[in-house]
Design a protein around this ligand. Structure first.
Ligand code: HEM
Length: 524
């Protein structure tokens, strides 16, 4: 029945969805939805008695249908992963987030990441559909492929070229926060690095001029957080894809924060776009700005059936969603590890001095020395970044939808049916000594363990899944890690940093490390 309703909603246009909203919020609608939920629950309860095996995989037993094992997982994802891996092995079935799914860890993750029939974005769309959430664009414009192409063609090959402006904007980001003071205690790392990342990324994505626009920077920083905070999972909705879908659409249509960000992006990018097109058409002397926006204008075809500005805003929105929060969170994770292990700071400063001496760089030089080729020589720093990311609170995530047309049998016997989703168990692979190539003390943070191992922080594999793996592995990872490593390099070179309260690490799947810290200009 629910599948039928889902298909119905998929075929509806916005006007009809408005009508559904009216019905859903009426008294009769509420009674109808409640009755459907009760009926579906009863049906599901009847169907799901505790079975030892499901679709060829051992099944995590659960008592209550619909809820399944979600509560057990959310109470302590780590305990859940540990317990069920020990009992059931690297691949098992579990009723999580509203449905039975196959959870895949161990070497078998390759069978998902390397199979072209598995699609991360198709699965993500069901719980985080960017088009619905931002209330704009056409379904095909919010796909990964065009964004992947833009990142791969225009961003990654030009990272060296962009170094100067990145460093300048990082510096500005710190100055904005210190407001002329030499020292300040911060409540948390995230807002500081998020501001730095947003400014530097904006200067590359939409250009130097727009990176000075405070409202646009506000959207770069807060769009993802505002949308994400509206989507805190509601356990009673999760089992009903149609309700999840309506919730996203309703939020995208009506939430004041969505409207604000859409308006801010349009108000900033619209006039800039008009001006650039005017200049390109009329002024042969015009100096072409070097940024991703200009690359898109000149080299990307735009669909003729949507206004040009909508196309551009859709692209920029998708890039913002992929890049700003992810990179800021990564930098936050690394910086807290360093604050928690202050001896690392001295080792990293020594590494900088050694590289500077080798390259004949004056030891009093400013942050502009952190070019890509210099950053690449900071192997200790890179190891700290990989190790911090390996131990991050990543548990069971990265849903992948199986888009093959016939059932697929994994090597362990698990059957994946067309249309089903699998989830990846990052926690297991990041802590399994065998997968980790016989690393010792896998639970411990050992900052320099990857120094001589050819395992850079951007090197994906079954032992490092932060950026996914295979042909859809994150194409922005070189840019992201360069930003993270430049931020850390700059901060430790120019400031003394010290945790002023104990660093805390989240035990749940949401959240980041926390704790206050002090930044103080170094007296060299
Ligand atoms: C530390 C920061 C980042 C993390 C942790 C991260 C993580 C990920 C992950 C897990 C995926 C899915 C991979 C898969 O399906 O196997 C992904 C895909 C993607 N990421 Fe990132 N990402 C980061 C930064 C960025 C940046 C800075 C950009 C762009 C400038 C970016 C653009 C993309 C795109 C376009 C895809 C889709 C690739 C495809 O499906 O072909 N990411 N990212």
């Amino acid at each position: 029945m629910l599948q039928y309703v889902k298909e119905l909603v998929d075929r509806l246009d916005n006007k009809k969805l408005e009508q559904i909203k009216e019905v859903a919020t009426s008294k009769e609608g509420v009674i109808g939805i409640t009755a459907s939920i009760v009926l579906a629950t009863a049906y599901s309860y009847h169907k799901h008695t505790t079975r030892p095996v499901s679709n060829g995989s051992p099944l995590v037993p659960y008592t209550f249908p619909l809820v399944g094992s979600t509560m057990e997982y959310r109470k302590s994802p780590e305990a859940f992963c540990r317990k069920w891996h020990e009992k059931l092995g690297p691949v098992f079935r579990a009723h999580l987030f509203g449905k039975e799914v196959t959870v895949i860890g161990g070497h078998e993750v390759k069978e998902v990441f390397l199979d072209k029939h598995f699609d991360f974005f198709a699965a993500l769309d069901k719980t985080f559909n960017l088009r619905l959430l931002t209330g704009g664009g056409r379904p095909e414009d919010f796909k990964a492929d065009p964004i992947r192409k833009i990142v791969t063609k225009y961003l990654t090959p030009n990272l060296d070229f962009y170094t100067d402006r990145v460093v300048k904007r990082f510096q500005e980001g710190v100055d904005d926060n210190l407001k002329g003071a030499d020292s300040k205690e911060f409540f948390s790392v995230y807002p500081l690095v998020q501001h730095m990342v947003a400014k530097a990324s904006a200067s590359i994505f939409v250009g130097e001029n727009l990176a000075n626009n405070a409202l646009l920077i506000d959207s770069f920083k807060n769009m993802v957080i505002d949308v994400g905070s509206e989507l805190i999972p509601i356990p009673w909705i999760e089992p009903f894809p149609t309700l999840v879908y309506i919730r996203m659409w309703y939020f995208g249509k009506n939430a004041p924060s969505t409207r604000r960000h859409k308006q801010q992006l349009r108000a900033a990018i619209g006039p800039e776009l008009e001006d650039r097109i005017h200049q390109m058409n009329t002024n042969p002397e015009w100096k072409r700005p070097n940024d991703i926006l200009q690359d898109i204008i000149e080299k990307e075809e735009h669909p003729s059936d949507i206004p040009y500005i909508d196309f551009i805003i859709t692209m920029i929105t998708a890039i913002i969603f992929a890049s700003i929060h992810t990179t800021s969170e990564a930098a936050t994770t690394v910086l807290y590890r360093i604050l928690d292990n202050p001896e690392v700071i001295e080792a990293l400063r020594e590494e900088q001095d050694q590289v500077f001496r080798k390259e004949g760089i004056d030891e009093n030089a400013g942050a502009e020395v952190f070019t890509r080729s210099i950053i690449k020589q900071f192997v200790k720093l890179d190891s700290v970044c990989r190790e911090s990311s390996r131990l991050k609170n990543e548990f069971i995530k990265l849903p992948h939808a199986y888009e093959g047309t016939t059932p697929l049998k994994l090597s362990n016997g698990a059957i994946i049916k067309p249309g089903e989703e699998v989830l990846i168990d990052i926690w297991k692979n990041h802590r399994d000594p065998e997968i980790q190539n016989d690393l010792k003390d896998v639970e411990q943070f050992k900052p320099f363990r990857f120094v001589s191992s050819e395992k850079q922080a951007t090197k994906v594999g079954e032992d490092f899944l932060v950026f996914g793996m295979g042909r859809h592995a994150c194409p922005g990872r070189w840019f992201a890690m360069q930003e993270v490593e430049t931020i850390i390099s700059m901060i430790i070179r120019e400031y003394d940093i010290k945790a002023t309260t104990p660093v805390t690490y989240p035990k749940s799947e949401r959240g980041m490390p926390g704790g206050k810290f002090r930044l103080e200009k170094r007296k060299l």
